[in-house]
Each structure stands twice: as C-alpha cells, then as structure tokens.
Design a protein around this ligand. Structure first.
Ligand code: NAP
Length: 353
C-alpha cells in the first residue's frame, strides 16, 4: 500500500481507540526502552493487567528506578522489575540475555520499543553505526535469544499465543533502500560504513531503521513453523510527544528546526499514552484471529497493509539478504544464535534460489 503524508496526518487527527486489555495473569511481559515516552506508558498499561512479571529494560539505572517507582505508584502493581541493558553495546545485550536465560523463565510478550533519532554518524563501541544497531542488531539479539525462550517456541501449550512486538513507524512507507544498499550482499555493513554515513545519507537513517523493523517481522514470520504459537507484529505508535526528538529541544529556542518540531507537535502529536495504546493492541489485541496478527502492521488499533516496497519481489529479496546478514553478524556476537536458528526456524521458499 502507498500511504500518503495526508493519510498519516488524518490518522493523527482521528480519535484514538481506547486501550485494549487482557488477562495477563501468569504471563511475563518484557518492555525494552521503558523509562520514558511510549514504552513507559505501555508498561503502565501492562502493569494494570497484572502480569505475573513485568520487566522494564532500561539503559540508565537511575532513570529506570524513577520509572519503576512511578509505575508502582500509578498502578498499584508490585511485580515490576528493572533490568539494565544498553542496546548500544553487544556485551551488555549478551549479559542481559544470559541473565534472562537464568532468571527470566518463560516470556510471553516482548515489546522492542527502544530507538533513537540521530542525524550524524556515531559508531558504537562495537564499531557499528548507532541508529542501525539500536533498531536492528541489538534488537535482533533480543529477538533471537531470550524470546526464543518464549513458551510457544518450546512447543508448550499456551492458552494465548506469545507475541513479539517491534515498534516501527509510518516512515517506513516513504523510504526504499538506496540502489547501492539494495544491491549489496551485506547491506547492513554498507549502511553502517562511515564513508556511507555522510550527513545526506544520515537524514534517512531513522526511516531506514523503521523499514528494517517491518522487514524483520516479516522475515521472522516466514521462518517460523506455521504451528508455532508465536506472532511477530510491527506497530506504528503514531506521531507522539516523547523524548525521541530530545536533540531538537537542545537547539537554540529560535532555531528553525526547533520551531518546526514544536509546531508539528502542536498540530499533530498525540500524547505518549495515546501512542502506547497501539503497542498494547499489538501485544494483546486481535486474539480472535491470531493468524491475522502474524507479520501484521498495527495502526490506530487495527491491521493495515505495509509499504509496496516491502510486498514487492525486490523487497522480499532485500528482506532475505538482511535476515541472512543479521544472523551472520549475531553469530559473531554470540554462539547461542546458531542453534536457535537451526532448532526453531525453517528456510522459507522465498529465500531459496
Ligand atoms: N514519538 C514518536 O513520534 C514516534 C513515532 C513513530 C515511532 N516511534 C517509535 O516509538 C518508540 C518509542 O519512542 P519514544 O517516542 O517513546 O522515544 P523516547 O521517549 O526517546 O523513548 C525511547 C526509549 O528508548 C530508550 N533507549 C534509547 N537508547 C537506548 C539504548 N541504547 N539502550 C536501551 N534503551 C535505549 C530510551 O532510554 P533513555 O531515556 O535512557 O534514552 C527511552 O526509554 C521508538 O521505537 C520510536 O522509533 C515514535
């Protein structure tokens, strides 16, 4: 589908459906990037549904503690746990994953929410461009490791199938990979290369990361056996007030960029709470037709079609190339990825030839 900018603007002026609720007793929910913004608001909604465990994963302990106290205070829920992880650091992600393996137990809902917007090249300690890492590899480390402890993947019976929710954006409609990136056998390496990351290319980096989010959800779904009671879902939270554009607010008060962002927000933005309802829907909504949710894209409390590029042959080819490269990269980070891929995933027809 082609979604116009006007259609997204109309969405922003539409009534946001009320928050979906579900019985989460006995379930474990993990929200990554939960101390502020949309992830924090989603965590409060989950807390009100009284899961057995709610783990909020944050990079900053002090900020995480404040968020945890606020969740307890506002919801009266006492099962919230703060775990520390920094997606900018593979070592931190694997430490988190190891802890999850020891102490996490079954995981029923994973919400991969953390992201950043950054318009200049900044490599992580592991040498990868930051936005790409936050939105793709580190995120995938989660998807490929603790989530594969999802009860459903281990073949255990579950009254409610598990969900992996990846927070994307409507921005994925308005981006296609540059020709050089699409033609590359290692597109992530190309995207992350310092020489590629000139300011002009970095302008579209956040949008590219959101496209990669949608591709990941579809690639994973393609590789899950059809009987696996696990749905991977992408979601557009909508344009919301949050700290995502925090760098713009550091600019001088009367700079064009700051005024433009402030004006846009005034005209269009939802509250972070309204945005969080989309994440909650992606996590617990649409239970009457679970198959529909698989590889779905949630917008305004319902599923809509993704971008034409994603559905095209070129998009499918790119999706498979990115998947294979991601697994190769992750294999270099952790020796626990390969057995998971071998034991739980199948090779989709679309990737053979
Ligand atoms: N707001 C919008 O208009 C909008 C629109 C479409 C999609 N989205 C998506 O919605 C999601 C939530 O964004 P938001 O608007 O709520 O932004 P936000 O207020 O900036 O929240 C982002 C969260 O991610 C965390 N995070 C950032 N880098 C991290 C790292 N290296 N390791 C661990 N956690 C990290 C942040 O922690 P710190 O506080 O420590 O930085 C924060 O908790 C993102 O995926 C974003 O792309 C937002």
């Amino acid at each position: 589908m082609k979604k116009s900018l006007l259609a997204s603007v109309i969405d922003q002026w539409s009534v946001v459906p009320p928050v979906e609720t579900a019985d989460l007793s006995g379930k474990t929910v993990l929200v990554v990037g939960a101390n502020v913004g949309i992830g924090f608001e989603a965590s409060k909604h989950f807390a009100r549904m009284q899961p057995a465990r709610l783990i909020i994963a944050c990079r900053n302990e002090a900020k995480g503690k404040v968020a945890l106290a606020e969740i307890e205070r506002e919801t009266g829920y006492n099962g919230c746990e703060l775990w520390i992880v920094d997606l900018a650091n593979f070592a931190s992600v694997t430490t988190f994953s190891d802890k999850f393996k020891r102490e996490g137990g079954d995981l029923h809902i994973l919400v991969m929410n953390a992201a950043i917007v950054q318009l200049v090249y900044q490599p992580t300690a592991d040498g990868w461009e930051s936005v790409l890492v936050y939105c793709t590899f580190s995120a995938r480390c989660y998807d490929s490791y603790p989530p594969f402890r999802l009860q459903s993947l281990r073949g255990e019976k579950s009254s409610t199938p598990s969900r992996i929710v990846i927070v994307s954006s409507d921005l994925h409609y308005w981006i296609t990979p540059a020709k050089e990136v699409e033609a590359s056998t290692t597109p992530l390496e190309t995207l992350s290369n310092e020489e590629w990351c000139i300011p002009e290319h970095m302008q579209s980096r956040y949008n590219e990361s959101k496209l990669l989010n949608v591709l990941f959800v579809r690639a994973l779904t393609d590789r899950l056996q059809s009987i696996t009671p696990l749905s991977a879902v992408a979601v557009n939270p909508g344009y919301c007030y949050s700290q995502l554009r925090r760098d713009w607010y550091k600019k001088p008060t009367f700079s064009f960029a700051r005024i433009a962002v402030a004006l846009n927000e005034r005209l269009l933005a939802w509250t972070a709470e309204q945005g969080s309802r989309q994440l909650v829907f992606a996590a617990v909504g649409g239970r009457d037709n679970e198959d529909n949710m698989k590889a779905g894209y949630v917008n305004l409390g319902r599923l809509i079609e993704v971008a034409d590029f994603v559905l095209s042959d070129e998009g499918r080819k790119f999706q498979n190339t990115v998947w294979n490269e991601t697994i190769d990269i992750l294999n270099g980070v952790s020796d626990k990825i390969a057995p998971i891929v071998q034991d739980y995933l199948v090779v989709p027809d679309s990737s053979i030839n």
